[in-house]
Design a binder for this molecule. Sequence first.
Ligand code: PHE
Length: 441
Amino acid sequence: MSGKHKYTKRDNFSSKFGVIAAAVGSAVGLGNIWRFPYVAGENGGGAFLLIYLGFIIVLGIPLMLTELMIGRKAQLSIFGAFRRLAPGTPWSLVGLMGVVAAFMILSFYSVVAGWTLEYAYIALRNGFADKSPLEIREMYNGIVEAKWKPVILMFFFLITTAFIVRSGVKNGIERYTKMLMPLLLVIIILLNIRALSLDGATAGLVFLFNPDFTVINKDVVLEALGQAFFSLSLGMGVMATYGSYIKKGESLGQTAISVSIADSLIAILAGMAIFPAVFAFGIDPGDGPGLVFVTLPGIFNQMAGGYFFALIFFLLLVIAALTSAISLLEVTVAYFVEELRLTRKRATTVATVAMIALGFLCAFYDGVFDFFDSISANVLLPLGGLLLVVFVGWFLGREVVRQELEADGKVAKYFYVFVFVIKFIAPFAITIVFLHNLGLL
Ligand code: PHE
């Protein structure tokens, strides 16, 4: 291969499954197993789940397709994409918003990943064995309140992420997610089997699957929207960046659908493991960010081979968090490289140092943690998503969309529906949710 060729040809994912695995790697993470259950628990369970799934279908899948399309069309990450597709316009500011979101998310995300690391270590020492739910809660509180320990763990997690991003990500992502995500799925299914046979499990299932519409208020709707975007890694250009590595001829629509189904399935399975245990152990479903951490060890304790499964589960959770964190850091690094002309290594260092500083604040101050958590998911991502669909639906327009989808081989049957959704339904729906939440509607 000539040198020139080497620099101009963009790396591609090597197989269809590789593409899906990488996108699933970004989507599936703490968002499914930590954030989904706690946010669903705080927002009434079943009704939340229903609205959340509605948003995935109506907004999530079309937006994922939109992002994949922008990236593949431009063959650049999101910033470069805006500059190439809309030169001389302020559209690239949407990319900047993505960077701000990435900073916020990765800083609190790494703190939670740090707790997960500690849990893997406790599992290794068999430290959960024979502990009552109350003792497990005390353990969790001890970890979170220990301040310096979470900081050190967060630091360790971010450095590992940076190390992978620094040396280029695609091979790593593709190789690991292909093997590890299916394994994670198997353990969650085993957890389900045990959780569902706990005394009192039914109350948990009723909570998750029997919607009580009286609990719906403006916050529940916005939280469901935010969670849908957060969990699918949408609204900040992650999927656009991954789209730029997808070959022409792969079906973007199929990718968007498969990833969304896999992601929702894992979230629901996580909920089906956690809520039965929440009720069986007498925990409050609205317990907040600690919900998973005070619930799961109790299930493992009552499982045959629990020691072994707990250890593997928490390690896999760290890895699932890592593959999501990689995609978050990649957004910032790509921005620094493309816009500020830093080398990849320097860009990674600068971004990581800044994230460590923010992560430090999240570990020390609950207020910062909660603020970053909710502002990023409930404001920045949906706003980014809104601007992205408006960009493609109204600025790029239908013919460009058609051309890009023709690259899939043939223009898919869903073409008109898709255009209608991104032009009208999605912008309208997101705007309404925002206005309603602000009390303006
Ligand atoms: N989707 C990831 C998760 O569920 C988190 C994430 C959000 C990753 C936004 C990238 C962008 O854990």
